[in-house]
Design a protein around this ligand. Structure first.
Ligand SMILES: NC(=O)c1ccc[n+]([C@@H]2O[C@H](COP(=O)([O-])OP(=O)(O)OC[C@H]3O[C@@H](n4cnc5c(N)ncnc54)[C@H](O)[C@@H]3O)[C@@H](O)[C@H]2O)c1
Length: 309
């Protein structure tokens, strides 16, 4: 398959590596002056998380160009990863649609802008092929892709996207309604809200909160998810018992959750504690990101193995 990756930042570069690892011909386009250097620099770390582990092999299937029209000509899929701004994405997709084949699937990696809004100024035939395919960072390793069609997205486009991302080893989940932030980021946002509240209240510092999370909910939710966890927590009586037993207290607990203000002092506390725990700058980023990827890959492999015992 021929694929265009539009936007070569954190997300676009990881998609490009993943697409190439599955044998596709990838063209990456971005106006950035250092486009080739950015691809060359990112590939070794990305390759370490992909089948084959071979950066040179991936590079042989990735072309670069500053010319959007050239990048999208003749492709079956366009994966857009430009800045997260509605007007910007509208203009970008208008340009993409002018030059891409009439049957190409048009996907945006947007973290929160719905396809209906992006497609608003576009003709029906383009809107029918456009949807959100939102990865979780890092896209070449974390399995989820949220598939979120807009009001005018064709059902055939949704089905094609579900099949395409599954064939790339991803776990696509289709949302039945579009809403800002989709589903996974809304969950993440709820957790982050309470995490920041706990840190600002002095209950734990940022590093301690991360330890607490990784040693409890983090691993648990990779294994069972909130609803199955709740169901199993009720013993043989399951979720019915849990709802009778803990349901009223659960709803009361929601009233006590924090609503932190992100003012200057709050930001300084969060940034200071996080940088104190994990360092800052390019070298710290490379080290921590590589460790994160190794652990996530080990988790993916262990879960795959456990599923097949
Ligand atoms: N970073 C994340 O954790 C994450 C996760 C999932 C989805 N996303 C989404 O993915 C998209 C990209 O995010 P990112 O974090 O990679 O951003 P980023 O800032 O790292 O990269 C954006 C890239 O877009 C390029 N760009 C600017 N104008 C362009 C144009 N006209 N054509 C092509 N490229 C252009 C920039 O040069 C830059 O390289 C956003 O929509 C974001 O919401 C981000």
């Amino acid at each position: 398959m021929r694929i265009a990756v539009v936007g070569a930042g954190t997300i676009g570069l990881a998609w490009a590596a993943l697409f190439a690892a599955y044998g596709n011909d990838v063209t990456v386009t971005d106006p950035r002056d250092d486009l080739d250097a950015a691809v060359d620099e990112a590939l070794p770390m990305l390759a370490a998380g992909l089948p084959g582990n071979d950066a040179a092999d991936l590079r042989s299937r990735i072309r670069t160009t500053h010319d959007l029209a050239e990048a999208v000509a003749g492709v079956q899929l366009v994966q857009e990863n430009g800045p997260e701004k509605l007007e910007f994405k509208r203009q970008l997709f208008a340009d993409i649609a002018r030059h891409a084949p009439d049957d190409a699937l048009l996907a945006t990696s947007s973290s929160g802008i719905v396809a209906t809004l992006i497609a608003e100024p576009l003709p029906d035939l383009v809107a029918a092929r456009l949807l959100v395919a939102h990865p979780f960072n890092p896209p070449h390793i974390v399995p989820l892709v949220e598939i979120v069609p807009g009001e005018r997205t064709a059902e055939t486009t949704v089905e094609a996207a579900m099949a395409l991302y599954a064939a790339l080893g991803k776990t696509p989940v289709r949302l039945h309604k579009e809403l800002p932030g989709f589903a996974a980021n809304r969950l993440q946002s709820a957790v982050l809200q309470e995490a920041i509240h706990l840190v600002l209240s002095g209950v734990v510092d940022a590093g301690e909160l991360d330890t607490l999370m990784k040693a409890s909910l983090g691993g648990r939710y990779a294994v069972v998810g909130p609803f199955e966890s709740f169901h199993l927590g009720g013993g043989p009586g399951g979720v019915r018992h849990m709802m009778e037993h803990l349901g009223p207290g659960l709803a009361e607990g929601w009233q006590r959750l924090g609503h932190p203000e992100l003012d200057g002092d709050a930001v300084a506390t969060v940034v200071g504690q996080t940088e104190a725990a994990y360092g800052s700058g390019p070298e710290a980023y490379r080290q921590r990101a590589a460790l994160r990827d190794r652990k996530q890959l080990a988790l993916n492999a262990a879960l795959r193995q456990a599923d097949h015992v």
